[in-house]
Ligand binder design. Structure first.
Ligand SMILES: Cc1cc2nc3c(=O)[nH]c(=O)nc-3n(C[C@H](O)[C@H](O)[C@H](O)COP(=O)(O)OP(=O)(O)OC[C@H]3O[C@@H](n4cnc5c(N)ncnc54)[C@H](O)[C@@H]3O)c2cc1C
Length: 465
């Protein structure tokens, strides 16, 4: 019987374990052990229920258009628990000179597709409005070289769109900065659109026309009882004997055609290993030097999320919508805030306002050195400045996520190809997680399943198609 070790019990590792478990139940002769250093499974997926409110410490949802998370939820019996974001209330603000300015109608991610709302919007200066109009007439442009998202967006719309849209949006998704993130890894469709149409605005409209019918699907999907519900349902499908909590893997070493895995106080041999920790943690596992150095070269950022609950008077005084993003030029430490009670149903009773604030990322790594009280003070001070919010919160919760977000910096695709080439030269080894082929929960779920299937193929125990 082939034995496989999975290192890391976040959603990527759990997805790998679930894939192996399905094959085992279907009759494949295999065994697996999942090692998790902390006392709980799920990694950054963490949900708490506080005073009738549902508080997400890490991710609060996933993009509906990426099918792997909802697909997994259906497989593990959560089909009736999937909920849609309240898209009829979808409105996001950008903080400009300490005022909340709504994103104009027709903005798709950061691309204006409707000229009039963009021209009337106070979000852009006259100069930028001219750039937006000119962009419509850009000619197709092929380029094989990677570049930063900032340089690409600046080429199309100018520096103001980088500051007010690209940077805050990417800071929200990656905890990263547009000046370092790779266009080809982060927004590959934008590179394709430039090659086919020149203008991103025209390309977006043409893509929308070609889409057979409007899907009417929500932008985000989540679960009634929060993201941890997915972890709990997954764990219920895995034999308890395969899951080893409080068991940090200290080293994995190739031994002939197998791996020696040192976890907790013991060492054991496995035929294959799936490493589903962050790339930074993977780099510290004693892997061959070339591989460890390449993994270590993937930068990671840390973040802090702070949830604050207020009473109904605060809720009534708030603007409608999902929340706001804060451009770097505003000089605040807040990166973004979500009005959770508006974004999803089942998150807060009618008489509560629930805010989720984001801090840290590439913009402010020093926030991690501050105490909880200091961070809370900063958040409350900045919410006062932005929303005139002076009330005492009913409760607060703060979560720290150290080195949790991999940065897909310029050259990322080539870096990952080089890493995967080194892996192929070693005994059966696969990498899963947010450092390689996608940062979101659906991508991580796919990466875990792909890693498990790759290992089965490498070991020659894959079931016939
Ligand atoms: C604050 C925040 C908000 C986010 N919001 C969203 C969102 O709304 N939507 C979305 O799609 N994505 C979101 N993401 C991204 C997404 O949640 C993550 O990319 C994804 O969950 C990562 O899962 P993972 O299993 O790869 O890694 P992790 O969750 O980091 O899990 C890795 C696990 O490995 C364990 N580990 C580390 N070293 C060892 C070792 N030596 N031995 C054993 N175990 C080890 C860790 O303890 C951890 O449990 C967010 C991320 C963060 C941090």
């Amino acid at each position: 019987m082939k034995r496989i070790a999975i290192i890391g019990g976040g959603i990527s590792g759990l997805s790998a374990a679930f894939t192996l478990e399905k094959h085992r139940r279907a009759g494949l002769e295999l065994g697996y052990s999942l090692f998790e250093s902390s006392p709980r499974l799920g990694g950054v997926l963490l949900t708490e229920h506080v005073d009738g409110c549902l508080v997400e410490g890490g991710p609060d949802s996933f993009l509906t258009e990426k099918p792997w998370a909802a697909g997994l939820c259906r497989e593990i019996g959560l089909a009736d628990q999937l909920i849609d974001s309240n898209d009829h209330d979808r409105k996001t603000y950008i903080l400009v000179k300490n005022q909340l300015v709504p994103m104009p109608d027709g903005l798709m991610f950061m691309v204006p597709t409707k000229m009039l709302p963009a021209i009337w919007s106070p979000l852009f200066s006259t100069r930028t409005k001219f750039r937006i109009m000119q962009e419509w007439f850009h000619s197709p442009r092929e380029s094989s070289a990677d570049e930063s998202v900032a340089s690409f967006v600046e080429r199309h719309y100018g520096a103001e769109v980088v500051d007010r849209l690209a940077d805050p949006l990417l800071s929200g998704v990656y905890g990263g900065q547009a000046s370092k993130l790779s266009l080809r890894a982060v927004l590959p469709r934008f590179a394709e659109m430039e090659a086919s149409h020149g203008s991103l605005g025209r390309a977006m409209i043409s893509a929308r026309r070609k889409a057979s019918t409007p899907t009417g699907r929500p932008l985000f999907t989540s679960l009634k009882n929060g993201m941890q519900q997915m972890v709990e349902a997954l764990v219920a499908h895995l034999p308890a004997s395969t899951l080893h909590l409080n068991t940090p893997v200290l080293a994995i070493q190739p031994q002939d055609k197998r791996w020696l895995v040192s976890a907790g106080y013991s060492s054991d041999e496995f035929d294959a290993v799936i490493v589903s920790t962050s790339a930074q943690a993977a780099a510290r596992l004693g892997l061959p030097e070339k591989l460890a150095n390449s993994l270590d070269a993937i930068e990671h950022t840390s973040s802090v999320t702070v949830t604050l609950a207020y009473d109904v008077s605060v809720r009534k005084a708030l603007p409608p919508g999902f929340g706001f993003l804060v451009p770097r030029s505003e000089g605040k430490r807040l990166l973004a805030a979500t009005f959770v009670h508006n974004k999803f149903p089942h998150r807060a009773p009618e008489d509560r306002a629930l805010f989720r604030c984001f801090l840290g990322g590439a913009r402010d790594p020093a926030i991690l050195n501050q105490s909880d009280d200091e961070i809370l003070h900063i958040v409350r001070q900045e919410l006062r400045q932005v929303l005139n919010l002076t009330a005492e919160p009913l409760f607060t919760r703060l979560y720290r996520w150290k080195d949790a977000m991999a940065q897909y910096n310029v050259g990322h695709i080539e870096r990952i190809q080089a890493i995967e080439k080194i892996c192929r030269e070693l005994p059966a080894l696969a990498l899963a997680g947010n450092a390689y082929h996608g940062i979101g929960v659906p991508d991580c779920i796919r990466s875990g399943a792909d890693a498990a299937n790759h290992i089965l193929n490498t070991l020659g125990v894959a079931p016939p198609e």
